[in-house]
Design a protein around this ligand. Sequence first.
Ligand SMILES: Nc1ncnc2c1ncn2[C@@H]1O[C@H](COP(=O)(O)OP(=O)(O)OP(=O)(O)O)[C@@H](O)[C@H]1O
Ligand SMILES: [Mg+2]
Length: 271
Amino acid sequence: MVPTLEIKNLHVNVAGKTILQGVNLTIKSGEIHALLGPNGHGKSTLLNAIMGHPNYEVTEGSIFYDGQDVLKLGVDERAHLGLFLVMQAPTEVPGVVESDFLRAAINAKTNQPVPLFKFLKELDAATKSLNFNLDVAQRYLNEGFSGGEKKRNELLQMLLLNPSLVLFDELDSGLDVDALNTVTKVINEYKHSHPDFACIIVSHYAHMYELVKPTKVHIMVNGKIVLEGDESLIKKVNAEGYEWLQKEHGIKINKDVKPIVLGSCGVKVKK
Ligand SMILES: Nc1ncnc2c1ncn2[C@@H]1O[C@H](COP(=O)(O)OP(=O)(O)OP(=O)(O)O)[C@@H](O)[C@H]1O
Ligand SMILES: [Mg+2]
């Protein structure tokens, strides 16, 4: 059976506020789904909820992948199933050396230690394909990395962990033109070499979807997928923004989207 992601009537709260209000989405293997929508309307919330981020509380609905009830699984178990989130803003983890982290992640995923030589060979090949300097492997995870380096580092993890369902959050953010071409080439090659591969790509830019062609396009507004279609939707958004949704489809865009500040347990308070 080819793995399918099936999301039904998903409701998610963040910091006590309802963000997702009934998302339905089905992704079959081999498909590339584009997810667009105005800022603050729930795209990252959807991806984080699928991956199991603890700040995103699922209050209603279901997520199944490959026949398994994803909501019953921890983040690590979801990763074992083949899920992987390329974060919008990857976290810096001072004190954790990149190569140690990568090797530990591979070992956890495969349940057996990867031989050092094999690991180094794979690391070398993956960094080369991303035009990434192998020196990053000796630095602390994401610490002091530029925006583009952080994104490429996410892709490096993807290449080494071999997920089958990848959630790309603002894939293009921070990437310069050359890096964007490199990263999208890597994704297209990955798709060819992994027959089960499927993904959701969140981006605000039409150019992104010219480089990785979507099978289906979704627009998310007010925590719901309000419109689905093909690439013509991307062209329309690119040319006109989102106001036409109200005129042509009667979809009112809630502008009262205020950020909630949760803080982070990783933030040090200076005394
Ligand atoms: N971890 C979090 N902490 C605080 N607020 C959050 C968190 N996650 C989501 N929110 C809030 O939920 C709402 C939806 O945010 P989300 O990040 O899902 O939007 P988005 O559609 O991804 O926007 P963008 O296009 O700007 O990335 C926003 O009001 C945001 O401030
Ligand atoms: Mg986002």
